[in-house]
Design a protein around this ligand. Sequence first.
Ligand code: PGA
Length: 243
Amino acid sequence: MELKVLTQEEINEVVSNEIIELINNSSKCVLGLATGSTPLGVYKKLVEAYQTNEVSFENVESFNLDEYVGLDSTNNQSYRYFMDHNLFNHINIDINKTYIPSDKETSENYYKRYDDKIENHGGIDIQILGIGSNGHIAFNEPGTSFDSLTHIVSLKESTIKDNSRFFNSIDEVPTRAISMGLKSIMNAKRIILIAFGKNKQEAIRCLFEEEANENLPASILKSHPNVTIYCDKEASSLLKINA
Ligand code: PGA
């Protein structure tokens, strides 16, 4: 894992530039996208680049990491709503080629089919990740098997508490989600994990100081050949090593 400590503005710039370069140099490109507050600056830069004709999303497809169970796509807390409003509605991506896992799919094979679909589309070229304060990636909470594929998860108390800032009250936060698994994420060709702020400093410290273990889901990334971890100063402040 490569570590880069930069300002938030620099990280948004560097990561969006890498995505733009990949799109401009490929006939077709598959992005792995994340929700939450962390990737918002990158999405803003991608929208700006589209508006100034630096990039076209015509030949881009996307797969999102996760979605809450029980929230309709019109619910402003759903991740479909988040992606439409923060990115898809502002660029020329074909909305039918933006995939988000959904609990509306009733086939018992659905979860496997989400992973199969990613594979059938050529696999994810760049996966963007945030990290939870408890070390989760996507909604893979501590204790999730490193062999997991897309599955339904029960959210931990710490995640419900972290995410309650987006809701009117903690009681409104869904307790279950559908999430790509850790193995699904590891199948991406390139992975970029971004961590901003003090709330992430302990998770980042553990990520660099602990051996890979299932109590720290992000630690699976240690065995991926092409990962960059971008941290701002606050998120990296407990690290002995520095970039
Ligand atoms: P955040 O969430 O970007 O809102 O901090 C990240 C995560 O929980 O994975």
